[in-house]
Design a protein around this ligand. Structure first.
Ligand SMILES: Cc1cc2nc3c(=O)[nH]c(=O)nc-3n(C[C@H](O)[C@H](O)[C@H](O)COP(=O)(O)OP(=O)(O)OC[C@H]3O[C@@H](n4cnc5c(N)ncnc54)[C@H](O)[C@@H]3O)c2cc1C
Length: 380
């Protein structure tokens, strides 16, 4: 009812593909802990990496609402696979917001078609939530820059061909930040070991080292010193995508749980006859619905270029990820011992849910952002 005919069509294709082609491998993807290339090929063949990217840059040319709808469907069966969609969106966003025509043609086209993966390197050992304290430096030397630094927790590092790095071009905290494109294979760009993670184990996370990496001036996205502003706008666009991922994980867990409590009998009754179980199901359904609506509202605001989207993007990410953690935990509870073992997908979903409260800005940081905007608005 809320969605246009085109979005409903994209959603139904994504749902079918998720169920038939992604879900069967989800357990194996988690166990292997490697990039699920076969799944990513399916996503690419169906245009899922570029749903909201204009057609002239290899995308489908639809909108953010369709994009978050696809991410929810994929995440509902395999969160690891959905991380490639959200990370690709994170890498594409700075190009669309501030890239030159040449950069968009050269890089966005191969990212949006899913020909190659992209990574976005912000976090450093000493700079997580406090992004403006990054130390990776980019020093201009004539027609090129030299980049030196160390990034941590970079999704798809080593697997991606295209990297966007957040660097420091002057001492000014926020006005001294600039973004650069670095291609895999550039001398001085190397990768650390794969992190062993609690969840989203089929999404590879590595450290990145930049040692005297030389990139031409044309590889800078936006003007020197504009990087922080671009980055904040990127997050406005990508936080609802993480919200959609969280909504998908929660929905996947809820649907398994619902089937289980209808089948499973204790005290000579199916579990769903017990009022305490019913209340848990009702809370799950209600909160998942609320998550989806917050995600859709933020996506709609982005499609309408609404400048007030900042708080809404953070609300979508923060609420949906808190719900994902709560719903997956309660779904494990309702499966009892079976929820805790790997024969059922619930323990995986609970592990996968946790990261959505941490990356793309922790939920404490989202609350800081929401409070800042509502207080500013109240003072106007
Ligand atoms: C699996 C995974 C994938 C990731 N992918 C990427 C990626 O692709 N690219 C990238 O750049 N980064 C990535 N990250 C990094 C991620 O974004 C950071 O871990 C996250 O932003 C938090 O930073 P931190 O880990 O340094 O924690 P800190 O910033 O050290 O925070 C520690 C704790 O303190 C709290 N805290 C900090 N400041 C405040 C404050 N002002 N008020 C209240 N509480 C506060 C935090 O909420 C948190 O609970 C990834 C991380 C993981 C685990």
């Amino acid at each position: 009812m809320l969605l246009t005919e085109q979005t409903e069509m994209i959603q139904s294709v994504a749902r079918k593909i998720a169920k038939e082609q992604i879900a069967p491998q989800a357990k194996e993807v988690d166990e292997k802990g490697e990039t699920p290339w076969a799944n990513l090929k399916v996503l690419a063949e169906n245009g899922f990496f570029g749903i909201n990217v204009p057609e002239e840059y290899g995308g489908v040319g639809s909108d953010m609402v369709s994009h978050v709808t696809v991410v929810e469907e994929i995440a509902s069966v395999c969160a690891s696979t959905s991380v490639s969609l959200s990370t690709q969106a994170l890498t594409i966003a700075p190009f669309l917001l501030a890239g030159t025509e040449g950069q968009k043609k050269k890089y966005v086209t191969s990212l949006a078609t899913g020909q190659v993966l992209g990574s976005f390197g912000i976090t450093e050992p000493g700079a997580g939530s406090d992004v403006a304290s990054i130390k990776t430096s980019a020093v201009r030397e004539g027609d090129h820059y030299r980049i030196n630094g160390h990034k941590v927790f970079i999704t798809n590092a080593g697997e991606s061909e295209i990297y966007v790095f957040v660097t420091r071009t002057s001492e000014s905290r926020t006005n001294g930040v600039s973004l650069f494109i670095v291609e895999k294979g550039t001398p001085g760009l190397t990768f650390g070991k794969k992190e062993e993670k609690m969840g989203i184990r089929g999404s590879v996370t590595r450290e990145v080292f930049l040692e005297n990496v030389k990139v031409p001036v044309e590889n800078r996205i936006g003007e020197e010193g504009e990087g922080f502003k671009i980055l904040m706008n990127v997050f406005n666009e990508t936080r609802p995508v993480v919200g959609a991922q969280a909504t998908g994980i929660a929905r996947g867990a809820y649907e398994h749980c619902l089937n289980y409590v209808i089948e499973r009998q204790q005290f000579n009754k199916p579990l769903h006859h017990f009022q305490m179980v019913q209340a848990m199901l009702a809370d799950m359904a209600m909160k998942i619905e609320a998550s989806r609506l917050l995600v859709l509202k933020a996506a709609m605001m982005l499609d309408q270029h609404d400048p007030n989207v900042i708080a809404n993007s953070s609300m979508a990410k923060c609420f949906a990820s808190d719900v994902a953690m709560e719903v997956t935990t309660n779904a494990v509870q309702l499966l009892g011992g079976y929820g805790y073992v790997k024969d059922y997908p619930l323990e995986r979903m609970m592990r996968d849910a946790k990261i959505t409260q941490i990356y793309e800005g922790t939920n404490q940081i989202q609350r800081v952002i929401i409070a800042k905007q509502i207080i500013e608005n109240a003072k106007k």
